[in-house]
Ligand binder design. Sequence first.
Ligand code: 8OZ
Length: 365
Amino acid sequence: MCTSGITVLSDIQLGSYILPNRIVMAPMTRNRAGPGNAPTALNVEYYAQRASAGLIVTEASQISPEGVGYPATPGIYSAEQISGWRQVTEAVHDRGGRIFLQLWHVGRISHPAMLPNGILPVAPSAIKPAGHARTDAGHQDFVTPRALDLAEIPAIVEQYRHGARNAMDAGFDGVEIHGANGYLLDQFLRDGTNHRADAYGGSLENRARLMLEVVAAVCSVWDGHRVGIRLSPLQPYNDMYDSNPEMTFTYMVEQLNPFGLAYLHIAETGKERPGVAGPPFDLKLLRQCRKGLLIVNGEYDLATANAALADGDADMVAFGRLFLANPDLPLRFSRRTQLNTPDPATFYGGNQHGYTDYPFSDTQG
Ligand code: 8OZ
């Protein structure tokens, strides 16, 4: 039942920005960065085409060479990468858009073949994920990662701070901390992957510590109202599990409140497979814990997104596949034009095909 007149096309204030609509382009790995993991002119075109989003969140971008886990994903640690991203932010701003960079460290979801000098991936604990890494040389079984020493953790936090500063140099409007989907921060947070016995493991307070230190570091560079964070409480992807996601994630959301972040971004994936990533709970609980703006993401369409906004279950809705395939998604929603169909064969890697050649509605008959 609709309780307000708010729709995806209503404007919204996000921190100090007034956004023209509530449609977020979800972060999507597309594996099309250039040499040196730097964004290219092709990436500039892709993001510029989608500048009518209320907010673009970029694909996940590594904060260090040790944080890389997949081929041709962009980074935010080198001068070349900053300059590539600057072309992206300028093109998006020229078209009136807003864009946040997603800060990423994959932790154990990597392979020596992807890492400098063939080193082992790092993780909270030496627990090998089931499955395989996607390396430059094709799929290879995951390896057992190396548990980070307590003394190494401050340097990880510094990598996030450095990435955040580089994102500012590259002209972004803010940053999103990738705390989701089984990557490093999520590996620390959930107890299936964190078996540490020091200040970063064991109790929930300890498991949440790294993520909160990273948030504090990023907020030392950017005002909190230009920082978002993404969590995925029920996501089993990357062999993730938590014995009590309701407790873990309600705690985390409450701990985040004092930072005054621009938004909390919840990836809802996994709710359709209750029990796989841990005992299920109603994600709406997080809405109640959250003081501030909430973005939801997970297979929404125009009708379900409008219903979520009208019912007050979220403030903005992120679209992944639909935005990938429809560069002018807000216009199509406003005109209720038919949508292009996303082609999974071209999601990851390749060239402009399936990337920048999805038609705009005004170029279709
Ligand atoms: C799909 C393929 C590779 C990486 C995530 C960054 O799940 C990703 C990702 C998604 O957050």
